[in-house]
Design a protein around this ligand. Structure first.
Ligand code: ADP
Ligand code: MG
Length: 311
């Protein structure tokens, strides 16, 4: 049996040129650039809750880091460093090396160095703490939305939830939709470039992890506003439309911006080749209240806003 330390050496220790001190001591030493604030976030992924037991280890590795990168995207921050804590049922090195392959593919894609962590035996679970930089005062918060501003969403939310339904045998997707939905579920693409472009333009932002309406609700509560949406769904939404409105795990960015700056938002979408869709507007009203209409102006029946671990 390899020791815990041998596993760390073999699978997790890589060069960390941007850290003063990386893996191997009691703590890493990091220095943010002058004038920058540290943005720090953490996320826990449990087998059976956040990923199915049969998921390929490369995909688990990618997603473990990607969901954390997405939180920094939503703050308009640049990711720099990560810590990774692993609970592993055994010292299965083939599983671990494949996990590390996916994890470091995501780390390289976003310029992140792994500077520490913890390793223990237990039911399979992964926790990442991510650190990024953002110019002091420039971070995108949930609380900055104003009455009259437009509400935008990136990409095509709902695919990850459809992919999960397919894997669970609740629906049967055909190609090319199947591949698109499974990729969305297993290899989410955090919107770092979009978050950076939105600094100084978006008034509030959040990444969609629980469901579009649920996460919009968080922005509205933090900003003490209500919203009125007009979206391309039917009055009694189909499964795909329900996934769009309330499916989790897409890691798209939802943000608000002044209506008179719509052309700037659209220019960013064009530059990044990323669809950006206006969903409606912020209105005065009970914090978090949502009215959802079809594009033809009919009210939409909403059964759930998203996923809640304790509901
Ligand atoms: P301590 O006993 O102080 O908690 P550990 O023996 O757990 O230290 O870890 C030794 C070193 O290896 C530390 O620098 C720690 O940050 C790093 N480390 C442990 N597990 C991991 C991991 N899964 N990924 C990256 N670094 C890790
Ligand atoms: Mg330890």
């Amino acid at each position: 049996m390899p020791s815990e330390f041998a596993l760390i050496e073999r699978h997790f220790r890589r060069a960390t040129p941007s850290a003063r001190l990386g893996i191997g001591d009691d703590a890493a030493l990091l220095a943010p650039a002058p004038g920058m604030e540290l943005a720090v976030s953490t996320d826990l992924l449990l087998e059976g809750v956040h990923f199915l037991p049969q998921t390929m280890p490369e995909d688990v590795g990618w997603k473990t880091l990607a969901v954390n990168v997405s939180d920094l995207a939503a703050m308009g921050a640049t990711p720099r460093w990560a810590l990774l804590s692993c609970a592993l049922p055994d010292a299965d090195e083939e599983w671990l090396s494949r996990f590390a392959q996916g994890f470091f593919a995501c780390a390289e894609r976003f310029g992140i160095e792994l500077v520490g962590g913890d390793t223990t035996r237990g039911a399979r679970a992964f926790n990442v703490t991510i650190l990024g930089e953002v110019p002091a005062g420039a971070a995108l918060r949930r609380s900055g939305a104003r009455v009259g501003e437009e509400i935008w969403i990136s990409g095509t939310p709902g695919r990850a939830a459809l992919g999960l339904a397919h894997l669970q045998g609740r629906i049967a997707l055909a190609e090319p939709e199947r591949s698109a939905c499974l990729t969305a579920l297993l290899r989410p693409q955090p919107r770092i470039d979009l978050g950076l472009a939105l600094r100084g333009l978006a008034s509030a932002a959040i990444d969609v992890s629980d469901g579009l309406l649920a996460d919009l609700g968080h922005v509205l509560v933090a900003s003490r506003l209500a919203a009125r949406l007009a979206v391309a769904v039917s009055p009694s939404p189909t499964l795909a439309e329900t996934c769009f409105l309330a499916g989790g795990d897409d890691y798209e960015l939802l943000f608000t911006a002044p209506a008179e700056r719509q052309h700037e938002v659209l220019a960013i979408g064009a530059r990044l080749s990323l669809p950006l869709t206006c969903l409606g507007r912020c209105v005065a009203g009970p914090p978090g209240q949502l009215e959802v209409y079809t594009l033809a102006g009919e009210p939409v029946a909403i059964k759930a806003r998203g996923y809640d671990h304790f509901a």
